[in-house]
Design a protein. Sequence first.
Length: 450
Amino acid sequence: MVRRHEAEVRERVLIRRERYLPLPGEVLVKRGQEVSPDTLVAKSEVLPGEPYVIDLNAGFHKRLTPEEVDRAALKRVGDRVTTHEVIARMVKGAFADVLVVKSPVSGTVEFISRAYGRVLIREDPRSALPMAIIPVAKQLQVWPGSLRMYLTVREGAEVRQGGVVAAMPSALGTLEYVYSPISGLVEKVCSRSGTVTVVRPARPTMLDAYIGGTVTDLIPERGAVIETKGAYVQGIFGLGGEHHGLLSVVARGPGEPLTDGMVTEAHAGKVLVGGSHVPLAALRKALAVGAVGVVAGGADVADLSDLIGQPIGVAVTGQEDLDLTLLITEGFGSMPMAAPTFALLQRHDGAVVSINGATQVRAGVVRPELIIPRADGSESGPLAPEAEHQLAVGMRVRVVRKPYFGLWGTVTGLPTEPMAMETEARLKAVELELEDGQRVMVPEANIELA
């Protein structure tokens, strides 16, 4: 079975998007609420938890073998732990002394190194101390007024958990240290009380709806599910993250490239549609005037690399530092946009659209998309189904990986046995006749249905 991707070009389809905070926060919408793309769905004002590395070798006073780590560890990757909870135990010595290692924080076990005997725990940001007042003068047993003589940090400085904030020579000629119990910023040094205040900074994370629609479900402390009916265009490659704006079809036909001369100041805040190709000059002009997106049939790899200042990664994109989202519908080079795609976009010229260039062609395929919520202007008529389809001879498909990336073809054969590929791997394959007449064998996982 080959799963048909959510859509390549669909006039009317039911679209659901899960909007999810990376950290716990506050959900700002209600079930049944109508939202626009810029409606705030949820927000979080905490930082990701700090990573804590616990050395089991130090805790047990010996170098552990991988087998000893396995026997001693009481937790596994993914387990939650609380502050001072025992995470490892070992019986040692002739008197069967029981040694234990405890977690310094509440959090989640992210990694266990069997080779080095270390456990990494990611602190739960909700349990992290928001502030710590460190009694430096008391710990060093000095007069509070002389506090600044011993400090190693200043107000406004950043410190890490366990970092030194003060030091003083001892009677034995060594140094006595005072450590920060949290990571944060030094907010205040008080010479009256002899204390140093460290504050864990908040960094708000705001999550918008991305698409216009209705809130159909809530995700406690995380976000919501947004649902809408509309048109959907799926690309084959993209750059940039989520944006929304008015659709502006600039090209006169699917074979006309989008040139820099077509882009004007009037396109600020809009998603521009070209035909066969968008060159680097047009992309830079779109950025300069404040356009939020560009859709075209093709683009040159070298141009895209110049645009973002580094080689493009065709495996995973969407995280580029780019104030513009690019969606390529056909492939690299100059490739006329498919006529049905261009016609759909023309019909909805001027509509509010949402666009996302995130692309992933490895496991867990993600395609760039353009969504036109409630594009048909009505609630009647059947919605396009989202179902699995059986491949059959005569079906039109598109290749989504090299060496035929972006090319369209027709299924001419479905071998029942796995075939040997150029990589020497044996995979279930499909025989295709490409549009140029070339007949090729392509792994079934490398195609999507038209």
